[in-house]
Design a protein. Sequence first.
Length: 279
Amino acid sequence: MRRLIATAAAFVMVTALTTGAAQAKAADPVAALAAQLKSAHGVHFNSVSQIRPTLGFKSRSYGNLQFGRSRVTASDVISTSSYDGEIPKELTELFGDFSETASQTINVKGATYVSGGMVDYLDLPPGKTWLRVKGKGNQSGLGGTAINVLSPSELRNLLKSTTSKKAGGTVNGVATTLYTGKQRLNLSLPDFPLLWTLNWKLWIGTEDGLIRRITTHDVLQTWDKNGKEQKVILGSDTHLTNWGKKVWIDAPAEKYVAEIGETFSSFKPNVIGAINLGD
């Protein structure tokens, strides 16, 4: 009996010590991110997104993000999209035929540069391969991911909506802690009810506090005049690698760039609606 008690006591002591050691090593994700925000350094990402009802549509984005002292300051992203079957007529009438050609999007110094993809539907001036739009695009730079986890203030606010925290297994060779959360926003307008529910998961390095994987599950809900629910689900899965790598992103050479004002009169006839010009 005494041996059993002694063994139990030893087990409790070892458990307490190892648990304390693990807790001591756990890093604060917000502080860890802030420490990475150094000029000319950055991170690589790879993201897959899809829409449900799927319509057979899926997109993939990957590229490099360049940090400044407090945020992402530039991004260079390659995006591709694919679909199976026939796109509904309602969508092609609004957006035109969907392009499966890869596009490249560069956000730098307050402007967005796009080449390929939907830009192929424009008749650019001779010798021009890039279209410039003033103003930055997706501030996070993370492809289809709806949340900006690369801003310390936004990451801090997001983590406040955490509903569970547990061991997340190994991601890209790193032991992680899995944070799960949920946010709900009412985006309704007069005569147009709209609810957005964001379900998110972050796999964060247990020892270094750096984000390794992000998944989002966005549910958009509205109702018609008869009270029938209509729902669209947007999903994304993003991996972050090479934290701290040296990254420097430049704008394309000016001789290859056309301003957006030079091209609007050259749209092909079937492109009459809003166009996503990239990340």
